[in-house]
Design a protein around this ligand. Sequence first.
Ligand SMILES: [Zn+2]
Length: 341
Amino acid sequence: MIIDCHGHYTTAPVQLGEYRDKQKLELAANADCSHEKGDLRISDDELRHSVEGAQLKLQQERGTDVTIFSPRASWMGHHIGNANTSKYWTEHCNELIYRLTQLYPDNFIGACQLPQIPNGSLDNSIKELERCINEFGFVGCNLNLDPSGGHWDSPPLGDKYWYPFYEKMVELDVPAMIHVSGCCNPAFHATGSYYLSADTTAFMQLMTSSVCQDFPTIKFIIPHGGGAVPFHWGRFRGLADMMKLPSLDELLMNNVFFDTCVYHQPGIDLLVDVIPTKNILFASEMIGAVRGIDPQTGYYFDDTKRYVENNQKLTPQQKQAIFSGNAIHVFSRLQDKLGGK
Ligand SMILES: [Zn+2]
């Protein structure tokens, strides 16, 4: 079985974008406006149509079985508007994912967006996590370490600001993928530099914190192959040594996992060489940041299954762990959702 632990609903019907545009218009008239949740009129047929020629087709073509599916990350936009803006927007986005998991229970398992706002209370995020896990049967969430959208003025992940949310994650036994959203700082390209910087930053913030000691069972996935971390593993090990920290294995590697959203063979080869197999989860992030075909190979850049399969050093057992076993360990609620698979 092959579990893709990182997929986004990037192909939603236009009504979703129209809803967001309406929110932005309301904010332009009054930044503090309370909005109304309102309706999002999207039929089941429209939902089916939005994924059948896209994520579902690619699952079938590439031979992956199930995707842990979350709302479009670049649209989370936690820097836009106020707490109500984020709450209603997030609820609608998560409800669409829930409907897709009902329409295609064999193909999609939900992970939720959170209604964060920069430096705001995490109470709404805790409530939404509970709703999505307990009522919708989701198995994970995407936690944004920089809800400002590129200005980096939130407390680091080791700050007690985040602890109420971590407590809820541990109580519900769900992991978080640490995932930023769109960027409003022109110094960054969203998926080229902002995402990868954020992934690298997340690792360093966790390394210099006591989060994994304070919450021994907490689990984080750092997406996009862990940003620059695997490539610079020696730097991080050396910094840990200089800071008189325990080894990274002891400090973080029972709690921190990397996905395989790395879009070329040498990158995957390095990832699996450097990072322990138990800490690597298969993912493609399709349909996401890079959608084209690599002219050097003739295959889609984001067809990451191919790179894992073609790696020469991993044993079949290690490949199986990356493709499914590790995901079942990290997403502890996943096994129940997989039924007889
Ligand atoms: Zn993503």
